[in-house]
Write a protein that binds this ligand. Structure first.
Ligand code: SAH
Length: 346
């Protein structure tokens, strides 16, 4: 942006009012300047959600998937990946392990594995709820009735990224899926009383800065409680294998803008960000994030849940994964979030 002052005016408006139009958001996203944006997001994060960083224990319980999302290594057509499906008792054991580490939220994530019936999932949710934790689901598109049964079984939150707000791009990258249905799911989840999370991938081929600005405005319009933003990381065995992938600074700018536009949301420093950049967790936490999701699954499965390369390696697999994350948080002068970490509960 040639006018430095214009950038500062936009950032000030955002910090004071929590609102900004598409053209101005796009200008911020194209600017090379970032310092004042990041520090404004950090101030707003501190003011609205405090210094606590909530830890959510992630359990990736099945890598089977019936969809064919172009970017995802678990797409049905990828025959190069070995699939696994955890038994209900194994899932419960992992949840109990997370609870032992003091985590107050368990996130159950999987591909769209239709062999898990909704009744079976309800039983699992119910058993985990008896451990006195919040339960988040991230298992894709279901009917309203299925979402309702899972809510009644005790599920508290649901993560379903829109991936991109652009209908054309969405449908190009998700064969057999529709943008309307993705939105229908998000509206159903909200109506049913879930704390609802969405988000997008950064750096998808064909994605423009204007589309990213529109993503932010859509999140705000939907009034979601959680936002996950991460870089697209090209993955072997997918149609996007040889693409470039997302840029870390763009992810951080999008996170900072999300925090400024939706002040009291919960927002993770994503695993994808920490894989793309070994300092990603710290950077994310300094640009508006207040959540980290340690992977509490079993080592052999973490390696197989290959939505993108690098998963299940390095830090994620360290014996002291949770402790490492906790020390990182403390070293930033932040605290470990207390309680369930619902929205609006500092
Ligand atoms: N089946 C569930 C969970 C999907 S995995 C669902 O449809 O919601 C969770 C997230 O991982 C996805 O929403 C997507 O944004 C992200 N993801 C998938 N492939 C990726 C890749 N190659 N790079 C970065 N993130 C990816």
């Amino acid at each position: 942006m040639k006018d430095k002052r214009e950038f500062e005016i936009f950032v000030n408006t955002l910090e004071k009012e929590g609102e900004l139009g598409k053209v101005s958001l796009a200008k911020i996203l194209t600017s090379e300047k970032t310092d004042s944006l990041y520090s404004a997001a950090d101030r707003v994060r501190k003011k609205f959600v405090g210094d606590g960083v909530h830890l959510r224990g992630l359990i990736e319980f099945s890598s089977y998937c019936g969809n064919n999302c172009f970017y995802c290594g678990l797409r049905a057509a990828n025959s190069k990946v070995k699939r696994y499906r955890m038994q209900p008792d194994e899932i419960i054991q992992c949840a109990a392990h997370a609870v032992k580490f003091g985590l107050k939220t368990v996130v159950l994530q999987s591909g769209e594995d239709k062999s898990f019936g909704v009744n079976e999932l309800c039983k699992i949710v119910n058993r985990i709820k008896s451990m006195d934790v919040a339960v988040t689901l991230s298992i894709g598109e279901l009917s309203r009735n299925e979402y309702s049964l899972l809510k009644n079984a005790g599920a508290d939150r649901y993560l379903l990224r829109i991936e991109t707000s652009n209908k054309k791009l969405y449908e190009k990258l998700h064969p057999g899926m529709s943008h309307e249905n993705r939105l229908r799911c998000l509206y159903n989840l909200k109506e049913l009383g879930y704390e609802t999370g969405t988000g997008c991938l950064i750096g998808l081929p064909g994605q423009t800065i204007e589309m990213l600005a529109e993503d932010l405005l859509l999140f705000k319009k939907l009034g979601v409680d959680m936002i996950g933003i991460g870089p697209f990381i090209p993955c072997r065995g997918t149609p996007l294998e040889y693409e470039k992938g997302g840029n870390v600074e763009t992810v951080l700018k999008m996170m900072a803008l999300a925090r400024l536009l939706m002040r009291d949301i919960n927002m993770p420093a994503t695993t994808a960000l920490s894989i793309k950049d070994s300092d990603g967790h710290r950077k994310g936490l300094c640009c508006g994030a207040n959540v980290v999701m340690p992977n509490m699954g079993r080592t052999e499965y973490k390696k197989l849940y290959k939505i993108y390369p690098g998963k299940g390696e390095g830090l994620i697999n360290s014996k002291n994964h949770v402790d490492d994350i906790k020390s990182k948080i403390i070293s930033l002068g932040r605290k470990i979030g207390q309680g369930y970490g619902n929205r609006n509960k500092i």
